[in-house]
Design a binder for this molecule. Structure first.
Ligand SMILES: Cc1ncc(COP(=O)(O)O)c(C=O)c1O
Length: 483
């Protein structure tokens, strides 16, 4: 800042924002005040740029003032959606913080059971279909996707869940992965003009549900998923006056992290509640194709509705190729169910702008039409889980889940809580995982605050068999030393 020019009040202020400033907000607001003056100036500067403001002598002057003060503050507080401030840090940010001063044992190669990213090879048939479709880069896709894609998805749903005709024109929409779709769907369903809107989420849960609720102007209400009900959310614990305000229920079946699959009885109860209170059900089924008994594929939401003799009113399911076909980078999934809801969702998506690339659409058709690679993928997971689960069961409380690729293990036997277990395991054995309390929220149950993820760790068995076995051996050694 420098005083220049002839007039006492002609100032030039140079502003160079630092990386720290940039982290604090999208824009920075700079307030200029002069002690004793009745006026002030303020302007905004984009982060990473330099700003220059010149003050003309025409500004009112203040006799006797000897300084000017500059205050910097993140401008988002003033003009960006304030709901953003209610978002919680993502579990992996918390994990980074937890282990920031940990030096993983350098004598051992790192093994990550932390992030749930599929690591099996992408099938060649999908890569080929994508390469063959590159000409599609020349076209804008429609938001609803091609009829060919919607038809292959509709036929897959019919085959997989034993359902009669699914209408590809009205009952299916392609999405660019379930993450964006689960979030976007919340923005469509939540009516924040109604008093105190609530979104019911399982607990533990996938954090996108909470973010969708908060940014949609609702509050999440957590129904604990604990072992007493095979980790199904405790719908019975939800009071009537809460149900009356619930607009949307997110479900995750098979669940992340527990792998548990809702039963037909669970669905029956939830449908009855939805009929009584009018809420919408969003069933996240992105882990549906990873299970261990070929004779018992996980029950789906649309399948449950059909088996109970009802239609799809107020019900949609979300599915994805990321885990089924080992293409998390392709961003391809679908939402299916209630045609009225899908019509509104399509309208929203037209503006939101998340149409699937024609190239990805072609590769997705190849993936949904083929089941051989899915069987092979499941066989790999079956081998891993069959070997790793009994090894770990010797030292921590863990069992084969209904489905999915996580072990949800209780480590209380070691005398360590989930965060301490995670830190010390990384330091001693260079094995990473996620503390259970980071994917759950504290809630009050009968006057006591509980976190249903406490003492649990989430172990993602995504690496190859050898690496998973080596990781399991190290966990066993770590736990044995603690006894
Ligand atoms: C429960 C759950 N739902 C949805 C997703 C998003 O998956 P995708 O966007 O790849 O379909 C994930 C990703 O890990 C998940 O764990």
């Amino acid at each position: 800042m420098a005083r220049t020019g002839a007039s006492e009040w002609e100032w030039v202020v140079d502003v160079a924002l630092t990386a720290l400033d940039m982290a604090a907000g999208i824009y920075q607001q700079i307030n200029l005040t002069i002690p004793g003056a009745a006026w002030k100036r303020c302007w905004t500067v984009a982060p990473g740029t330099s700003g220059r403001q010149e003050y003309s002598p025409a500004e009112p002057t203040v006799s006797g003032a000897s300084s000017i003060m500059l205050r910097f503050k993140p401008a988002w507080k003033n003009f960006v959606n304030p709901r953003l401030a209610s978002l919680q840090p993502y579990p992996f940010e918390k994990l980074k913080e937890l282990v920031k001063d940990v030096t993983p044992n350098p004598a051992l190669a790192p093994i990550s059971f932390g992030i749930g990213e599929p690591k099996h090879a992408t099938p060649a048939l999908i890569q080929r279909a994508m390469a063959d479709a590159l000409a599609g880069l020349a076209n804008y896709p429609t938001t609803a996707g091609s009829l060919a894609l919607r038809t292959s998805i509709a036929e897959w749903i019919q085959r997989r869940y034993g359902l009669p005709k699914i209408d590809p024109a009205t009952e299916v929409l392609p999405v660019t992965g379930t993450r964006e779709a689960l979030f976007a769907f919340g923005q469509v369903v939540i009516d924040s003009t109604r008093p105190d809107p609530l979104v019911l989420c399982p607990n533990p849960f996938y954090q996108i549900y909470e973010g969708a609720a908060l940014l949609g102007g609702a509050r999440p209400y957590f129904a604990n998923s604990d072992p007493a009900r095979n980790f199904a959310p405790d719908f019975d614990s939800v009071p009537d006056d809460v149900w009356a305000r619930v607009q949307l229920v997110y479900l995750c079946t098979p669940g992340n992290p527990s792998g548990s699959v809702l039963t037909l009885e669970d669905w029956k109860k939830l449908f009855e509640l939805s009929d009584r209170y009018g809420f919408v059900i969003a069933s996240d089924e992105c882990y549906s194709e990873i299970y261990f008994d070929e004779a018992r594929p996980p029950l789906g939401g649309l399948e449950a509705a059909h088996r109970l003799g009802r239609g799809f009113e107020r019900l949609v399911m979300f599915s994805s190729l990321s885990k089924r076909s080992n293409v998390p980078g392709m961003r391809s999934g679908f939402v299916a169910g209630d045609p009225e809801l899908l019509k509104t969702f399509l309208l929203y998506r037209t503006y939101h702008g998340s149409a699937m690339s024609p190239v990805v659409q072609s590769a997705s058709i190849a993936a949904w039409n083929d089941e051989t690679h899915v069987l092979e993928n499941r066989a790999l997971y079956r081998t891993k889980f069959a070997q790793v689960t009994p090894m770990l069961a010797e030292v921590i409380d863990v069992a084969l889940p209904d489905a999915g690729f996580y072990l949800w293990a209780n480590v209380a036997r070691t005398g360590l809580d989930d965060a301490t277990f995670t830190r010390e395991l990384l330091a001693e054995q260079n094995v990473a995982m996620l503390p259970g309390s980071y994917v759950a929220r504290d809630v009050e149950v009968n006057g006591t605050v509980v976190n249903p993820g406490r003492n649990y760790v989430r172990i993602a068995l995504v690496a190859n068999v050898e690496e998973c076995l080596e990781g399991a051996r190290r966990i066993v050694e770590f736990c044995r030393r603690r006894k």
